[in-house]
Write a protein that binds this ligand. Structure first.
Ligand code: GLU
Length: 315
């Protein structure tokens, strides 16, 4: 991939902090993604932070290098500027290994042999808390682990690795939601199966710290992940970033904006309108009227102008 070859060395730590946009390369960026990217950029610029792009390509089944390249081109077409070349999660797996080792040494990791179906069934038990890992494999005796592991290996699979959490809730500080307390369970650190993938919650914590990111601005669909991530940072002795979870863009049916809602990707929008018009729509969606360049928007932007409610596409 061309952008990957031009990548410089590791990002330096710096005193003034940084923000980031971290898309998953699994399709073209649409108006909702672009609005989150622009907001993350505006918050960083507004607070004098650096701004980075991280390609979240650890989900090997959904990510593609072509999609990453198209997303990078789209962000450039919009006029977003970054303070370093993009980084790729797939280049950082040794740091995930190191974090996993540190947690393992502290007795914080256990193998989980459950299939998705096992978890769904256990979660239907009368006392189960919806959405929480029910703890099935947390305290299995070693003898049982041994045969469950062998059983999986015979199918060419490896167990998942989960965090042994010792809290049930964790509080984070969110610029939009205020003090926000959310669930923490024994969440996955590395997915099992034929091709074990690093889990997003582990990767994101390690990557943000490695890049000196202290301000995480992203869609509020991820707000419920923040307590898990902040708790993991705490366990690893790493600083916890400040969060700003911004409302998503919704389609006309009230569901999160998606392809089904028409010409929503930047490429589709640019087929009908110049980029300045797209910027004007993005600016309106963050509370600034009549602005057709990102530089102009950065001058007028105030976090207090951003609508508190989800933005509805076409409004
Ligand atoms: N890669 C995630 C996404 O595209 C965002 C992760 C994050 O911002 O922490 O939804």
């Amino acid at each position: 991939m061309a952008a990957k070859e031009s990548q410089p060395g590791p990002l330096e730590h710096h005193e003034r902090g940084a923000g980031r946009y971290a898309p998953s390369p699994s399709g073209d960026l649409h108006f909702g993604n672009l609005r989150t990217a622009v907001l993350a950029w505006l918050y960083a610029r507004h607070t004098g932070r650096r701004f980075y792009l991280r390609v979240e390509d650890i989900d090997t089944q959904r990510s593609s290098a072509q999609s990453a390249q198209r997303q990078i081109e789209d962000l450039a077409a919009l006029g977003l500027t970054f303070d370093a070349a993009p980084t790729y999660q797939s280049d950082n797996t040794s740091a995930y290994e190191a974090a996993l080792r540190a947690l393992t040494e502290r007795g914080r990791v256990f193998e989980c042999y459950c299939s998705r179906k096992d978890i769904q069934e256990a979660a239907r038990a009368p006392h189960a808390i919806p959405g929480r890992y029910p703890g099935t494999c947390r305290d299995l005796p070693e003898g049982e682990r041994e045969w469950r592991r062998r059983e999986l290996l015979a199918q060419g699979r490896v167990p998942a690795l989960r965090l042994r959490a010792e809290v049930e809730k964790w509080q984070v500080n969110d610029g939009f939601l205020g003090a926000f307390t959310g669930e923490v369970d024994d969440f996955i650190l590395r997915r099992g199966g034929q091709q074990p993938d690093w889990a997003y919650n582990l990767a994101v914590v390690v990557d943000d710290v490695a890049a000196g990111i202290d301000q995480v601005v992203r869609g509020d669909d991820l707000a419920s992940s923040a307590p898990r991530q902040a708790y993991l940072a705490h366990l690893l002795g790493l600083p916890q970033p400040g969060y700003v979870h911004v409302p998503l863009v919704l389609g006309p049916t009230g569901k999160r904006l998606a392809k089904r809602d028409g010409a929503v990707t930047l490429r589709e929008m640019l087929a009908d309108a110049p980029v300045a018009q797209v910027v004007t729509r993005l600016a309106e969606s963050v509370g600034v009227e009549g602005c057709d360049s990102l530089a102009g928007l950065a001058e007028k932007f105030e976090p207090g102008l951003v609508p508190r409610e989800a933005w509805v596409w076409g409004s």
